[in-house]
Design a protein around this ligand. Structure first.
Ligand code: PXG
Length: 443
């Protein structure tokens, strides 16, 4: 059993520059994980830790799933790597077909990447290229949204709207605008599911279009539910309005579903859950259950077909990665989709939603709590920041929860919960009971 694995304690932590981490603080008191199984991690001290974040929003089927482990093992010994340019291997085609079959009807083609960041930059490039192929090369502007997170590559941080992720890195892409965010805490406090207020914020898109002209705009990209910024759900009618306006002006709409894809909101994709179909969907994380890096972009037949012109011996899209459709990632993806299907995990997330909702909203009234939000198996508990020390309170909650054997995620002063979809009711209870204690104990 993987949870019995022993990890050797590294004696030097200095070489590794850790991502999105307070390196100096971490290395003084490291938190090291050495094994995982089902809903639990084991840390280097042998403690069992309840995984309330599915790793980083990616281990949707839980850890150490036999099908996935076996598929990777087998694939590594059979075909470890195959070039993806002007060559192929069967599993990448099979995985693309399965993704097409599970997606709503308009998405007919799949482009593979290795991460959410790459999926986003791929989708932005396809959007600009699409217009160019159709003789509308002037459509190059991109529109994102405040508080949006679209990974860390230059395209993604340009359309993204998280200040710290942008401000150190220069002028970024030119020709980018941002819609206002929809985090209207005063109006929508303690809403269960989609909030009532804020659909009209989509109308700002009309103003941006009026300023620049529709014929300069390639695409709008949003997370249907903003994850990293702290679980911001779309106000009722908001996504519909974005769809209506983009369609009216010939602008492509991209949903970044790196977090919301693969059952997180109780459906295969948020596009299905909200009944709004964009022109492209970016994916990663749950595609391989987080086990092997892989991302994908789903595109409509229309977008794909716009590129399929000119002489047949010519490459149609000058884009791709050494590891696009990597055999081991493809095998992991196939086994992951099989696990989701076999265990009905997306349906399970939908069934558990109301129990999870009751549980997280039971924390209303606990110290520091100023808002609670939820949908599918995502929950957020927003805390009043300590005056003059933003993020500090939520980070103490993170540390305290870890001490008590529960892994949560915090962003700003928001606690985000996104457990694997295999979580039991008893584990939901334990998670919420622990958080209740944490909130009582922190300052
Ligand atoms: N788009 C969205 C919507 C994401 O949430 C990315 C793109 C980038 O994916 P990669 O695979 O390049 O990291 C993400 C990633 C958190 C957290 O706790 C969120 C992400 C990654 C790590 C932590 O909020 N989202």
């Amino acid at each position: 059993m993987a949870l019995d694995a022993k990890g050797a304690r590294p004696n030097d932590l200095s070489a590794l520059w850790m991502p999105f981490t307070a390196n100096r603080q971490f290395k003084k008191a490291p938190r090291l994980l050495v094994a995982a199984d089902g809903m639990y991690y084991r840390d280097i001290d042998g403690r069992q830790i309840l995984d309330a974040t599915a790793g980083l929003w990616c281990v949707n089927a839980g850890h150490n799933r036999p099908r996935i482990v076996e598929a990777i093992r087998r694939q590594a010994g059979e075909l470890d790597y195959a070039p993806g340019f002007q060559m192929g291997h069967p599993k990448a085609f099979e995985l693309a077909s399965q993704l097409r079959d599970m997606a709503p009807e308009p998405y007919q083609h799949v482009f593979f990447t290795n991460s959410g960041s790459e999926s986003v930059d791929t989708a932005l490039k396809i959007a600009i290229g699409y217009h160019k192929m159709r003789g509308e090369g002037g459509r190059t502007r991109l529109i994102g949204r405040e508080k949006g997170y679209h990974g860390v590559n230059f395209g993604g941080i340009s359309v993204g709207g998280i200040g710290n992720n942008r401000r150190f890195f220069g002028p970024l892409l030119p020709g980018v605008d941002h819609l206002p965010h929809t985090h209207l805490i005063e109006k929508n406090r303690f809403t269960r599911g989609q909030p009532l207020h804020g659909a009209e914020l989509a109308d700002d898109l009309e103003d941006i279009i009026a300023t620049h002209g529709a014929d300069t705009i390639a695409a709008v990209i949003v997370e249907p539910m903003a994850g990293s910024a702290g679980v911001i759900l779309p106000p009722k009618g908001y996504l519909e309005r974005l769809r209506e306006i983009t369609a009216k002006h010939g602008i492509l709409l991209i949903f970044d579903e790196v977090i919301t894809g693969f059952g997180r909101l109780g459906a295969s994709f948020a596009a299905e859950r909200f009944g709004v179909l964009p022109d492209m969907i970016t994916l990663a994380k749950g595609l391989t259950n987080g086990v092997i890096p892989m991302g994908a972009v789903l595109v409509t037949g229309e977008i794909h077909d716009a590129f399929m012109q000119g002489p047949e011996h010519m490459i149609e899209l000058f884009h791709g990665y050494t590891y696009s459709g990597n055999p081991i990632a493809s095998a992991a993806g196939l086994a992951t989709l099989e696990t989701y299907r076999e265990e009905g995990l997306f349906e399970r997330a939908a069934e558990l939603e109301s129990y999870f909702e009751e549980a997280v909203h039971s924390l209303r009234g606990k110290p520091h709590v100023i808002d609670i939000r939820n949908m599918g198996l995502v929950g957020a508990i927003e805390l009043e920041p300590i005056a003059g020390a933003p993020t500090k309170r939520a980070f103490s909650a993170f540390l305290k929860a870890f001490e008590k054997g529960v892994l949560i995620r915090t962003t700003g002063d928001i606690i985000a919960l996104s457990p694997p979809l295999i979580i039991s009711k008893a584990e939901i209870d334990r998670l919420v009971d622990t958080l209740g204690e944490v909130l009582e104990e922190i300052e």
